[in-house]
Design a binder for this molecule. Sequence first.
Ligand code: PGA
Length: 249
Amino acid sequence: MRLIITNSYEEMSVAAAKIFAGQIYLKPDSVLGMATGSTPLGLYKKLIAVHETIGLDFSEIISFNLDEYIGLEPENPQSYHYFMHKNFFDRINIKSENVYIPDGMAADMVAEGTRYDALIESRGGIDLQVLGIGQNAHIGFNEPDIKFEATTHRVRLDEETIQANARFFTDEQEVPRYAISMGIKNIMLAKKVVLLANGKNKAEAICKAVCGGVSPAAPASILQLHRDVTVIVDHDAAALLPQAVKAPC
Ligand code: PGA
C-alpha cells in the first residue's frame, strides 16, 4: 500500500488525476472503475480540465461504476446515473456504449448482479478503480460485516450511511434504504486501486483501512491485501495514522 499525504482536497485531487491521466494516456482503452460522492468530484474536474486543455482522450475508455441506489430512475437527480453524467461523462468524449452503471430499477437484483459481473469480465476486468470511503470504512456500498467474497449484489444501507448521504436529499426519509453495489471481490480483482479521503470525519476510517486489522467490520481494511493500492489523503484524514506509518510521506 502506497500512502500519499497531501495538504488539501485540491492537492489530493491533482495527485489522483495524475494517476488517472497517466493510465488513460498509456492505455487508451483502459477499463476504469468509477465512484460517486463528494470525494472524487475534484478528480473528475481535473480530468475534464486535462481533456479540455490538452485533449486527454476518453474515446476508447470503458467505465464501470461501483453502485447505484435501488428504486431511483436514471433521470432522477439523486441517482448515481445522473450524478456521473452531470459531473463527468457528459463533459468528456467517452462513448455512451462504454459506460456501465448497475441498474437500480432492475426487477431481479440477483440477475442484475450476475449480468454486471459478466460485463466487467467480458470487458477484461477493471484496470484502475477509484474509491471513496465511508465514515464506517465502507467502500462502494459494502457496509461493515460484508462478506469479502461478495460480487455485485443488493445491499441494505447502514443508518450511518443513510445519515451521511441525507445531505444530498431534501429529507433523510427520501434516502433509498437499498442499493446495488459491486462487491469486495470485484474491487479486489481491479488491477490498481486508488483510495481517496479528505476531512477529519474520515480519519478514523482511514486509520482502520491503512493500519487496523483486516476485518469485515472495516471493509476497506481488505485493501491491505491488494497488491497495488495508492491511498491519497489530506492531513485531516491522515490525522489518526501512527507517526511510523506517516513517516515516509
Ligand atoms: P463521500 O462518500 O465521498 O461523499 O464522502 C464516500 C463514500 O461514502 O464512499
